[in-house]
Design a protein around this ligand. Structure first.
Ligand code: ZN
Ligand code: MN
Length: 151
């Protein structure tokens, strides 16, 4: 896998300016599997670049996504999350706390099936399971227990 400097050097050849801010944003995205929102990236990177604006984050993630180096997970009205891993992989999203976890497993048979039955060429896909993460599930259980005891 390429590191932030290698990616930014490739982009520089396409005329995109290599800045330390962009490097910091990309390094953070490549180093985490928490799928941060633009605001979370901002709070992380601003510790080093105090003058940085949220706009810089939005522009940078947009540019990185357009060039295929990162992936955007959009959630309708909720903030998008960004993933430093642009390869196909699956996600488990907690509907309570909003955390998104990676789930690494491939379904080559499913892809093959779709191509042979529908004559469709699969170029990418997004598969996400919604539910409650273990921490939120535990919190729900605690509330239920307290309610039961109060009755
Ligand atoms: Zn949760
Ligand atoms: Mn992911």
């Amino acid at each position: 896998m390429m590191d932030a400097i290698q990616i930014l050097r490739q982009l520089k050849e396409k005329g995109i300016r290599f800045t330390p801010q962009r490097q910091a944003i990309l390094e953070f995205l490549l180093s985490t599997d928490t799928h941060p929102t633009a605001e979370e990236i901002y709070h992380h990177v601003k510790q080093r670049f105090t003058g940085m604006s949220l706009g810089t984050i939005y522009n940078t993630v947009k540019m990185l996504k357009e060039h295929g180096y990162i992936m955007e997970l959009s959630y309708g009205e909720m903030s998008s999350r960004f993933d430093g891993n642009p390869e196909n992989h699956y996600h488990i999203a907690c509907q309570k706390c909003g955390r998104v976890f990676d789930y690494n497993r491939s379904f080559p048979d499913l892809e093959q099936e779709m191509e042979s039955h529908q004559g469709f060429q699969v170029q990418g896909y997004r598969l996400e399971f919604f539910g409650l993460c273990s921490a939120c599930l535990q919190a729900v259980d605690t509330v239920k227990t307290a309610e039961a005891e109060a009755e």
